[in-house]
Design a protein around this ligand. Structure first.
Ligand SMILES: [Zn+2]
Ligand SMILES: [Zn+2]
Length: 195
């Protein structure tokens, strides 16, 4: 029963290799067998970190000084990363398509990063992390803001489009199925810049 937490998996493997029971380890550390079981189920806070280090000393596994981050905490931190999109409708990073109602739409492809700001790899424009309508922070990839439901990349109205943005987008429209594939693709993560 691997937890995916290296230090815990190493403890379990070492304990089993030594044929030690949960109760035997608990007795040595002065905690209950249930507490050891909770620890080995992936709950890093089941016993004090001093006790975890004592467990490591008992079975010959090196334990880090500090309690490592749990997968749940790592996920929470991942969610805290910002999503950015390029606000230029014609940028190669974005994709145009016709929706079910025949409306021309632009799908914003997001980049997930820890950086506070980002330039577009497609056109060099400063990327946006907020909705242009409600100023809500973007939290999902797609065409529309998940807060206010309006388009993240607004298009000029059909009757006033001097730059021909709509015509250019319509020419480059992609299959709806392609858009669905793009939407299901994980956003790319950019590591923070090296100092
Ligand atoms: Zn761009
Ligand atoms: Zn919005």
């Amino acid at each position: 029963m691997a937890t995916g937490i290296p230090v815990i998996d190493a403890l379990i493997a070492a304990r089993l290799a030594l044929s030690l029971s949960l109760r035997a380890v608990g007795r040595e550390l002065g905690v209950s067998a249930a507490a050891i079981h909770h620890l080995e189920s992936g709950n890093l806070a089941a016993i004090s970190w001093d006790k975890v280090q004592a467990y490591g000393a008992l079975v010959g596994v090196a334990i880090p000084e500090e309690r490592p981050e749990t997968p749940r905490a790592a996920r929470a931190r991942h969610v805290a990363l910002r999503l950015f999109y390029c606000p230029k409708p014609l940028c190669v990073r974005n994709h145009s398509y016709w929706d079910e109602r025949g409306e021309l739409r632009v799908l914003a492809m997001m980049v997930r990063t820890q950086r506070a700001e980002l330039k577009c790899s497609g056109c060099g424009e400063v990327m946006e992390s907020h909705c242009p309508h409600c100023d809500g922070q973007v939290v999902t990839s797609g065409t529309f803001c998940s807060s206010c439901g309006k388009e993240l990349i607004p298009l000029p109205p059909p009757d006033s489009d001097p730059l021909g943005i709509r015509a250019a987008l319509a020419a480059g429209c992609e299959e709806r199925s392609v858009i669905q594939q793009l939407l299901s693709r994980e956003t790319r993560e950019i590591p923070p810049p090296m100092e």
